[in-house]
Ligand binder design. Structure first.
Ligand SMILES: *[C@@H]1O[C@H](CO)[C@@H](O)[C@H](O)[C@H]1NC(C)=O
Ligand SMILES: *[C@@H]1O[C@H](CO)[C@@H](O)[C@H](O)[C@H]1NC(C)=O
Length: 370
């Protein structure tokens, strides 16, 4: 009846060794997690799971993605967060609503972004069912509970504190709210400078919430040059490709105030939690000197119709350029994969004019020492 002692010991040793491997390996392998919040510039497919018209799940979206199929990204291929992940050697970050995001994959982070949303709840109401910021944060809390069930609350806290966070917001508060119609309620309520001040104060609350939820390295992009996207060139009837003045003025008022607010927050927190990514300056370089970066045009969208291919949606019946690598804009609002690559290069190595107080390569070197 008695089990040979040697067998028992061996079994016990093996079981112990396996238990040790099981606890040690995930820690040793744990790469930095990456969390993404914001709008269509960074949505990697959450809206595919929602009843909304703000979606990119039909051709020719995704035409240059590895699968050559639409994914929900507002790009011909990879989008801005994908390329950040690639550049930092991180695992790809899946949309939070994707059923594939489960188990160990949760430890790589998650993308909560949703096309059409803004800083304000009333931005993008025409898109009906999208993940507004309060909802993205609720899902982030839910995410942390799910991860806690796998690795415990302490390690979850650590994972979130050590993660890189990206938040891209603000464009829709102008183009899909204030400037949507001449009679937009916010436009009747606020002058443009007052509206910008209001947006920055609301954005500040969102960022403090993100800090309270554990974010400690948070990349904040301002808006690009809003008047220079093909949609605005077309709608303003631009004749020589000159940018639409009003949205351009909005971006010029909003961005400096946002950057100032981020600096103030860091000072209050006594730490460089918030990193300014000056998307306005980065995109302006591309728009002013496309040739310098190997592009042929920064005015005409690759996919669309009408003036500058800037009217309506990008669909299977739209004009489609043969070579996406020579266009800055993929559709009327969003950059091509190749433009995104140039922008991420600036994130990695840009000077303080683009990345303040430091760029991503500096952050990686710094945080590696912790
Ligand atoms: C946005 O809407 C949610 C849900 O209705 C609400 O809880 C939240 O307070 C709102 N945020 C603001 C800033 O009004
Ligand atoms: C940005 O990155 C480059 C290249 O790694 C580095 O030389 C430079 O000092 C960095 N600039 C800042 C302000 O961190």
């Amino acid at each position: 009846m008695s089990i040979p002692r040697i067998f028992l010991i061996t079994t016990l040793t093996v079981a112990l060794a396996m238990a040790m491997v099981a606890t040690i390996v995930p820690q040793a392998e744990a790469a930095r997690a990456f969390f993404v919040f914001g709008d269509s510039l960074v949505d990697s497919g959450n809206n595919n799971y929602l009843a909304t018209t703000a979606r990119a799940d039909s051709p020719p979206y995704g035409i240059d993605y590895p699968t050559h199929r639409p994914t929900g990204r507002f790009s011909n291929g990879f989008n801005f967060p994908d390329i950040i992940s690639q550049s930092m050697g991180l695992e790809p970050t899946l949309p939070y609503l994707s059923p594939e995001l489960n188990g160990q994959r949760l430890l790589n982070g998650a993308n909560f972004a949703s096309a059409g949303i803004g800083i304000l709840n009333d931005t993008g109401i025409q898109f009906v069912n999208i993940l507004r910021m309060f909802r993205q944060f609720q899902l982030f809390e839910e995410y942390q509970q799910r991860v806690s069930a796998i690795i415990g609350t302490d390690r979850t806290q650590q994972l979130v504190n050590n993660a890189l966070v990206l938040i891209t917001l603000g464009g829709n508060d102008f183009v899909n709210n204030y400037f949507l119609t001449p009679f937009a309620p916010r436009r009747r309520q606020f002058s443009l400078p007052d509206y910008c001040r209001f947006l920055v104060s609301e954005y500040r609350k969102l960022l403090m919430r993100l800090y309270d939820l554990g974010g400690r390295r948070i990349l904040v992009t301002g808006t690009g040059p809003l008047g220079c996207v093909p949609a605005e060139l077309a709608m303003s009837g631009s004749t020589n490709g000159e940018c639409a003045p009003e949205p351009q003025r909005a971006a010029q008022i909003f961005n400096p105030q946002l950057f100032q607010m981020l600096q103030n927050l860091n000072r209050e927190l006594g730490s460089d939690v918030f990193i300014t990514a000056n998307a306005f300056a980065m995109n302006t370089d591309l728009i002013n000197s496309p040739q310098r970066f190997g592009f042929v045009t920064s005015k005409v969208a690759c996919c669309g119709q009408g003036l500058y291919n800037g009217l309506g949606l990008c669909t299977v019946v739209s004009n489609l350029c043969p070579n996406r690598n020579v266009y800055v804009f993929w559709d009327a609002f969003h950059p091509t994969e190749r433009a995104n690559r140039v922008l991420v290069q600036q994130l990695m190595t840009g000077t303080t004019e683009y990345m303040n107080p430091m760029n991503l390569s500096t952050i990686m070197a710094l945080d590696a020492k912790l």
